[in-house]
Design a protein around this ligand. Sequence first.
Ligand SMILES: [Zn+2]
Length: 130
Amino acid sequence: MAYRIPSDTEVVKAIKDALDRHGVINSQRKLTDLVLRSLRRHDSDYTVSEERVRKLAISNDIATIEIRCRDTKDKTSAGACPVCDGKTQRIKNLTVYGGSVTMGYRCRTCGYWTGLKSRVPTLYIFSPKA
Ligand SMILES: [Zn+2]
């Protein structure tokens, strides 16, 4: 199957259009569908992944994103944010002994956070940034 990859600029423009037209979009799939529909008006072979749409929306600061997560029993590993690839920071708590313990991790870019047991994002809600 033939497909083509649109540029970041084209995808960002399509995300903006979708948010302008629809306001709050309550799933990543729905946003990606709208973006694809708009991109394919220019080129019917264009394709874009949900992940790329999400990351571009965040990195270009065009959407406010609300992240719903589900708790897992898996241990959280420190590292890049699973939502936007941003840097995560330790959430620390002071102990009565004067030290501090890590309670989890938070992303400074998109607001994703997790405790020591991994929280896995399951739903993203996008709203246009004023
Ligand atoms: Zn993030």
